[in-house]
Design a protein around this ligand. Structure first.
Ligand code: GRF
Length: 200
């Protein structure tokens, strides 16, 4: 399974994927990492792992259609089978999603459909929920609303700080994302006629 990974920031999920591949736990190859920012630390992680990278200039990123067209082209040239969003801070447009139909995966730091958007952890924390978690899902044109592949819940501890909760959520992400990608690599994940995910 050839993965094209989209990032915007620190790239800890990208690192978890790289590490899982190196450990033989994920039968995949990362063929290209694209960042919406050319100064994202995740690009350095990719470079150090010998993975080709592309950082979008702010000029290109500011034009969503141009950015998506460039990503689609470069990912296809790189031979990506799946696009893996790992902290990429923008919804992908219809053209790019169509080019990788049902082959775009995202991770979200809350139990969707609760707390979508860019601040899932903080929004859940502020709401005072007792349980939150992590969701891996197929991305579609509705933000954070595509078919759910995997979720893992965690209880918010009494008096826990936001920083502590963030750390525990990220720790779950770093296990759940590679594990879920491995299910896909094994051909065990399919989307049913009613647009739900079936895992065998
Ligand atoms: C993760 O919390 C992910 O769920 C969200 O963005 C964050 C990316 O973190 N979509 P990193 O860049 O992988 O460290």
């Amino acid at each position: 399974m050839r993965l094209g990974v989209l990032i915007s920031g620190s790239g800890t999920n990208l690192q978890a994927i790289i590490d899982a591949i190196a450990a033989g736990e994920l039968d995949a190859q990362v063929v290209l990492v694209v960042s919406s920012r050319s100064d994202a630390y995740g690009l350095r992680r990719a470079y150090e792992a010998g993975i080709p990278t592309m950082g979008l200039s702010s000029e290109v990123y500011q034009d969503p259609a141009a950015a998506d067209a460039l990503i689609a082209q470069e990912m296809q040239v790189a031979g990506a089978d799946y696009l893996v969003m790992a902290g990429y801070m923008r919804k992908l447009g219809a053209g790019l999603l169509a080019a990788f139909e049902d082959r775009v995966i995202n991770i979200h730091p809350a139990l969707l459909p609760a707390f979508p958007g860019a601040h899932g952890i903080a929004d859940a924390y502020e709401a005072g929920v007792k349980v939150t978690g992590v969701t891996v899902h197929f991305a579609n044109e509705d933000y954070d609303a595509g078919p759910i592949i995997a979720q893992q819940a965690l209880e918010v501890c009494e008096g826990e700080s936001l920083e502590s909760l963030e750390a525990r959520i990220h720790a779950i992400e770093h296990v759940l994302y590679p594990q879920t990608l491995q299910l896909i690599a094994q051909g065990r994940v399919s989307i049913t006629a009613d647009r739900k995910v079936s895992i065998t």
